[in-house]
Design a protein around this ligand. Structure first.
Ligand SMILES: Cc1cc2nc3c(=O)[nH]c(=O)nc-3n(C[C@H](O)[C@H](O)[C@H](O)COP(=O)(O)OP(=O)(O)OC[C@H]3O[C@@H](n4cnc5c(N)ncnc54)[C@H](O)[C@@H]3O)c2cc1C
Length: 406
């Protein structure tokens, strides 16, 4: 039987980041297994916003680590990951949302992030398509950027490979193998592969892999979606991306088109046991083409982007992320089971948090002092959880519906 020190399941942004940091920290002989081709899961669908501003200040060092990883990958591979450092503009109108933005600015500047208040004229100079009332509060984080998820995940994995990680594509892990209180490896179609440590980074499929060995991960697959307009000359890729909490929306340039997301009031979920094997087979019973959400959200969005009423919407993209009830992630060991480590529960921020999650997991595996407190992301923080229970899935969907930042 082939033997490794660590097996990583999943070749998305999180599996890739974990493999990259494990290799950097010389965690031994590492194997990454991917059911299809790397980077082609939900990571390839992400809007790619890498927002540094977080209400939870403990998440800020994790996203900063992602920016460091981008620099390291580019230096190591000599390839440009094409991150667009345009800045992020938050605009709020209602008193409640203005207060939220003021809180976000306070937390961000306390964490040492660059953030400034803009007046309306400066804001619309930066983002010409944006219409704002005089009293809008506008904060700008000039260092933020966005990135393509497939390119970024491939960058992690390519660099991990160059550092010695073995990557097997088109290899399905049927199950994680455990012997009593200890992990012993994984079972694939062709063979059993042994390892004392298995990292479950299988995205929305991670939950069922863990559940089958008696581990309940506190997360559920919840839909995220966005639309892309036709090309217009007033949209340009160097414009900042925009977060509009009053419209429950965000938008960023996609070349000369506008990519915009609207959060539905009731986020759609999929029972983890009913997931298709790949995102290509993904369908939702609730508002399957996103029209209801678009129709419901467009009037509020049109206050900021009046062209929405006449511009042609050419693309609709939907996919899944694992949401948790508290917006923290699902990272670390499971009590009583030696060798199982989760790297998932990304709460819709897997690209932004990939560096932080990858580094944290590698530090836990290699027994180093973690660079951030792992407690908020512990698997057992909600006690015993049944991730197949519909009430629990609803709690995760509600967390997504209430999300305010990008
Ligand atoms: C529409 C949308 C917009 C988003 N926008 C943003 C954004 O702006 N910013 C941001 O940070 N995040 C965003 N996200 C979230 C982000 O995409 C996710 O957090 C991230 O992709 C999760 O990465 P992952 O590696 O866990 O999952 P995935 O990319 O899905 O990777 C999991 C991999 O595991 C593989 N796998 C599964 N089961 C097995 C098995 N049994 N054996 C072998 N391999 C297996 C899959 O094939 C897949 O490649 C968005 C998500 C969506 C859907």
């Amino acid at each position: 039987m082939k033997t490794y020190d660590v097996i990583v399941i999943g070749g998305g942004i999180l599996g890739g980041a974990v493999a990259f940091y494990l290799a950097k920290q010389k965690a031994g002989k590492i194997l990454l297994l991917e059911r299809g081709n790397v980077g082609q899961g939900n990571s390839s669908l992400a809007a790619g916003l890498l927002t540094r501003g977080r209400f939870k200040s403990h998440l800020i060092p994790m996203v900063l680590e992602t920016y460091r990883a981008i620099e390291e990958i580019e230096a190591a591979s000599g390839e440009f990951l094409n991150m667009r450092q345009t800045g992020c503009l938050y605009a709020a109108v209602s008193p409640d949302h203005q207060k939220e933005i003021a809180d976000l600015v306070a937390v961000s500047s306390q964490a040492g992030l660059k953030v400034e208040w803009l007046d309306k004229a400066d804001a619309t100079r930066l983002v010409p398509w944006l219409v704002l009332p005089q009293h809008a509060a506008v904060a700008f984080m000039p260092d933020d950027g966005y990135i393509d998820g497939y390119t970024f995940a491939s960058g992690y994995i390519k660099t991990a490979r160059s550092l010695g990680v073995e990557v097997l594509e088109n290899t399905v892990v049927f199950s994680i193998l455990r012997d009593g209180g200890r992990i012993t490896g994984v079972r694939t179609a062709n063979e059993d592969i042994s390892a004392p440590v298995v990292i479950d980074a299988a995205g929305v499929w991670a939950g069922m892999l863990a559940y089958e060995i008696g581990v309940g991960l506190p997360m559920a697959p919840i839909r995220s979606h966005y639309w892309i307009t036709e090309t217009r000359s007033f949209i340009s890729p160097i414009q900042p991306f925009v977060i509009l909490p009053d419209a429950r929306a965000y938008a960023r340039p996609e070349s000369n088109r506008l990519l915009f997301g609207i959060r539905e009031k009731q986020s759609a979920s999929i029972h983890p046991a009913s997931l298709p094997h790949t995102i290509n087979g993904l369908t939702f019973r609730q508002d399957p083409r996103g029209w209801e959400t678009l129709m419901e959200g467009a009037p509020k969005l049109s206050l900021f982007f009046p062209q929405i009423d006449e511009i042609k919407v050419t693309n609709y993209i939907h996919g899944l992320s694992n949401y948790t009830p508290d917006g923290n992630f699902v990272v670390g060991a499971f009590p009583g089971l030696v060798g199982f480590i989760a790297a998932t529960g990304c709460a819709g921020a897997g690209l932004a948090m990939s560096g932080g999650i990858g580094r944290l997991v590698a530090e836990l595996v290699t027994g180093q002092n973690p660079f951030v407190d792992p407690a908020p992301h512990r698997i057992d923080r909600f006690g015993v959880v049944d991730p197949t229970d519909s009430d629990f899935i609803q709690r995760c969907a509600d967390a997504r519906s209430g999300k305010v930042t990008g």
